[in-house]
Design a protein around this ligand. Structure first.
Ligand SMILES: *[C@@H]1O[C@H](CO)[C@@H](O)[C@H](O)[C@H]1NC(C)=O
Ligand SMILES: *[C@@H]1O[C@H](CO)[C@@H](O)[C@H](O)[C@H]1NC(C)=O
Ligand SMILES: *[C@@H]1O[C@H](CO)[C@@H](O)[C@H](O)[C@H]1NC(C)=O
Ligand SMILES: *[C@@H]1O[C@H](CO)[C@@H](O)[C@H](O)[C@H]1NC(C)=O
Ligand SMILES: *[C@@H]1O[C@H](CO)[C@@H](O)[C@H](O)[C@H]1NC(C)=O
Ligand SMILES: *[C@@H]1O[C@H](CO)[C@@H](O)[C@H](O)[C@H]1NC(C)=O
Ligand SMILES: *[C@@H]1O[C@H](CO)[C@@H](O)[C@H](O)[C@H]1NC(C)=O
Ligand SMILES: *[C@@H]1O[C@H](CO)[C@@H](O)[C@H](O)[C@H]1NC(C)=O
Length: 769
């Protein structure tokens, strides 16, 4: 991972706040696929035949819009999953209960339930008098720490004191109760994305406003005989509700006269994402701290102290903490380069986000397609050159492999209670995000029955089980939040005035900021910023101009059109540019649909020079040692440099070869013929060692032609035999040092040897075909 980081941040030493420990080393993680019910080919009555499922316990479809894997049971041996059963026969066939959306438990330890299946349904066949007015929202399945209840969307499934995993927990013992939040008064909106506190009593959720979102916290209270409200069935009321807004609290950007100030401690719970492992912190997506870079934050339930957990320029969203509070895993686009074109330049204050946040957040998806992978990060979050570790880093990137980029992470991931395993799920890219006019051909699913979703179990093999942190005593009233009884109104937030302002860099320089409002809507329309030697950290300096205008549609608050002009230059610890092409960049996107339509270009270039150098060295020792996703990233980064880095690379190859002084040959030759090394702007690079020192040819093609280039796609193929550790890379380090004195060498080579490298691909063995 460090390589990626130096590409993003430069090799600058960042000072870390307080007692933050040094970042952890990468660790060994093995990923396997978990079993699911078998796939029926079609959704017709009886299509789930006894030959497909001899146990007659249900079938699922190739595609499902409502599938979601959730988290572990307290024993760590099961995961809660919402499936959509199809093809059930009609009643009174006993198999007729395996229909529609249901909550199942899936074994994670390779054993079966007594029914002979590695799964069992918790909600199937529950008598209708035990499941009255069940809420249709059945997302984010979560097993309560008490093991006897589950949060199933906007419902509580309860097994009457019996653990859900027990054979004794039968449909007749099970009740499903809707969760009720009276919302009709003053438009607090409908709840969405409910998350349960580790105390099993308090809840967090979000609710859309017109084009935005607020988040809430409250307490579950069982109401067996409701005498008020619209839902007169046994239900769980959400009471003691807090709106997660600090009355008169700081806003992230505020104006004082003609000066703007930034407030990192502002509490901005945009979308609530859950709780820490002990429940002392609320996790959320909040206001950005750097332009176009959406991150995960946490706020302490009592003190209101805010921590920024992610800072990588890519987009982070679903997140889960380990129960010991020491780690979290987030679903993040990092590694995909999906958002780097707009967010790759770091340390730019979030001024244009006043109008560009929706565009920055929405472009993360392509319609239904996500670009997430699970990233494991310690509790202190991204820092310095540490940006966590991709959980599913192993594999060869081939179709269906553990790290196949066409299998994309979905929400939510989860930790086993003992901290040694992570469960996450993925879906395969499907039309229209591939195929047809789309240049990406649709992959053929390798999952059972051609299924386009799968649940993955990651074993953190280096770890010992840890104890759960004691559950935090969560209050009913959050001291910094706003009480929100029935009928309360959402207070009007602080809004910046329109006008011209100055934002002074904390270390040097300033930004001149013009804020223009839409006279009709009263919302901000244009933000224009001129930077002069602006620096908050004293090592990254920004100069140049950026202006974004948003056009909102009165008829659809989620529709955004932005006209974007950037000409930014960053110098200092990192060289970067962010530049729009002639005529600017124009983007239309609807935040609920995520179809990215744009004209013009916006190009961010970060440390192009350094990237080319690193790629050059790869053919000796470095690249084969990186997890394949990072190799792919390296190829893509080079691809993105508009040809400049490629030319630089071609120019530098002879220098490196001369300095290395190792006999080399070109490509594709009989073993006893030595030919010139191939170094050509058009034909690319082809290099091999000679005679016994040779192996498969290293081949790197011109950007844009990666797909024809085996080693660009799977560069680790080149040096399959390259065993060794830090010491074995000494020659490469020495070579680098002599070519480019003064560069930080140690930072470029991770010290820890990932000794399992030679077994690449092994993680696929557990995949259930
Ligand atoms: C579990 O059941 C499956 C069939 O559903 C069977 O193939 C497998 O061998 C069983 N595993 C164990 C450990 O009994
Ligand atoms: C469940 O209860 C119903 C009556 O409510 C009864 O007819 C049925 O046999 C019971 N099923 C089981 C498995 O106990
Ligand atoms: C509805 O009734 C419950 C108790 O049954 C009570 O706690 C709650 O305050 C009532 N809500 C309203 C709006 O009266
Ligand atoms: C709704 O909010 C308004 C103020 O915005 C307030 O006057 C009114 O009383 C509220 N309605 C109820 C039922 O509380
Ligand atoms: C703000 O600055 C812009 C130039 O950036 C200028 O055109 C405009 O007149 C200024 N507005 C005010 C209110 O001073
Ligand atoms: C930018 O600020 C730094 C730090 O104050 C200073 O050393 C440097 O000379 C400034 N550069 C310019 C071009 O003003
Ligand atoms: C940035 O570019 C300048 C000028 O090309 C160069 O001197 C400097 O070393 C570069 N800095 C980094 C961190 O690459
Ligand atoms: C791109 O240009 C076309 C042709 O001028 C226009 O119809 C379309 O609306 C533009 N799209 C965006 C997002 O600007």
């Amino acid at each position: 991972m460090r390589w990626t980081l130096s590409a993003i941040t430069g090799a600058a030493a960042l000072t870390l706040a307080g007692n933050t420990p040094p970042p952890p080393q990468p660790e060994l993680i093995e990923v396997v696929e978990l079993p699911l019910p078998p796939v029926a080919p079609v959704n017709a009555k009886g299509a789930c035949t006894a030959s497909i499922n001899p146990h007659r316990t249900g079938c699922i479809g190739k595609v499902s819009d409502s599938f979601q894997a959730g988290d572990f049971t307290p024993d760590g041996n099961h995961v809660a999953v919402t499936v959509e059963f199809i093809g059930a026969p009609v009643a009174p066939d006993p198999a007729s209960i395996y229909r529609d959306k249901q909550l199942i438990l899936v074994k994670t330890d390779g054993t079966n339930f007594t029914n002979g299946d590695p799964w069992k349904c918790l909600s199937c066949g529950v008598p209708s008098e035990h499941a009255r007015s069940v809420d249709p929202s059945k997302d984010y399945p979560h097993v309560a720490r008490n093991a006897r209840q589950a949060l199933w969307g906007h419902n509580i499934l309860d097994c009457g004191g019996i653990p859900l995993v027990s054979d004794l927990c039968s449909p007749n013992k099970t009740h499903i109760y809707p969760i009720y939040w009276p919302t009709s008064v003053n438009g607090s909106g409908t709840p969405r994305e409910m998350r349960m506190h580790p105390d099993d009593i308090h809840m967090g959720w979000s609710s859309f406003t017109s084009g935005g979102e607020n988040s809430y916290y409250g307490r579950l209270q069982f109401n067996p005989h409701p005498t008020n409200g619209t839902l007169r069935v046994p239900r769980y009321d959400l009471v003691d509700v807090n709106l997660l807004v600090q009355p008169n609290g700081k806003s992230p950007i505020m104006a004082h006269g003609s000066e703007l100030t930034l407030h990192d401690q502002a509490i901005t719970v945009g979308e609530l994402r859950g709780f820490s492992g002990s429940g002392d912190e609320i996790l959320y997506i909040g206001a950005t701290r750097e332009a176009n870079n959406i991150d995960i934050m946490s706020v302490h339930i009592i003190t209101g102290a805010v921590r920024r957990l992610t800072s990588h320029p890519e987009y982070a969203d679903p997140v889960a903490f380990s129960h010991d509070d020491r780690w979290f895993v987030t679903m993040d686009t990092r590694g995909s380069d999906r958002q780097m074109w707009m967010s790759g330049m770091r340390h730019v204050p979030p001024l244009i986000d006043i109008v560009a946040t929706t565009a920055a957040a929405s472009t993360r998806n392509n319609g239904a397609r996500r670009f997430f992978q699970p990233i494991l990060i310690d509790r202190h979050g991204d820092r310095g050159e540490y940006f966590g570790q991709q959980v599913n880093y192993k594999g060869d990137g081939s179709d269906g492999s553990v790290n196949d980029p066409n299998w994309n992470g979905k929400a939510d991931p989860a930790f086993s209670p003992d901290g040694t395993r992570i469960v996450f799920w993925q879906s395969l890219v499907v039309s229209p995000a591939c195929g047809g006019e789309n240049p990406l051909p649709c992959p053929v699913s390798t999952a059972q029955g051609g299924r386009t979703y799968r649940v993955m179990l990651a074993r953190l093999s280096d770890r010992e089980p840890t104890d759960e942190a004691p559950v935090f005593a969560a209050p009913d009233k959050i001291p910094w939040a706003t009480p929100f009884p029935l009928g309360a109104s959402v207070p009007t937030p602080y809004t910046l005035p329109a006008g011209n302002f100055t934002l002074n860099g904390q270390s040097s320089g300033f930004a001149k900021v013009a804020l223009v409002k839409d006279p009709k809507l009263g919302t901000f329309k244009t933000v224009s910023v001129k930077y002069k030697n602006y620096s908050d950290d004293g090592i990254h300096f920004i100069n140049g101009y950026e202006s974004v205008t948003v056009t909102l549609e009165a008829s659809d608050p989620w529709a955004n059109h932005v006209d974007w002009y950037s000409d930014l230059l960053q110098a200092g610890a990192e060289n970067a540019t962010k530049i729009t092409g002639p005529g600017g960049f124009h983007l239309s996107i609807n935040a609920l649909e995520n179809i990215f339509e744009a004209n013009g270009t916006l190009t961010t270039t970060v440390d192009a020079f350094r990237i080319s150098l690193l790629l050059l060295l790869d053919f000796y020792s470095f690249l084969p040692r990186l997890p394949p996703p990072i190799q792919t990233k390296a190829a893509r980064l080079l691809d993105r440099q508009n040809g400049a880095a490629w030319r630089r690379l071609i120019e530098d190859v002879p220098k490196i070869i001369q300095e290395a002084g190792i006999p080399l040959t070109g490509m594709c030759t009989p073993e006893d013929t030595i030919t010139p090394v191939l170094v050509d702007l058009e034909r690319g690079i082809g290099i091999n060692g000679i005679y016994d020192d040779g192996h498969e040819t290293f081949r790197l093609c011109k950007p844009g032609e990666w797909s024809f280039c085996k080693t660009a796609r799977k560069p680790y193929d080149i040096v399959v035999s390259s065993d060794g550790d830090y010491d074995d890379w000494e020659p490469a380090r020495a070579l680098y040092a002599s070519l480019w004195p003064g560069e930080d060498i140690e930072g470029l080579w991770p010290k820890r040897d990932d000794g399992e490298r030679a077994e690449t691909g092994e993680g696929d063995e557990g995949d259930n075909e």
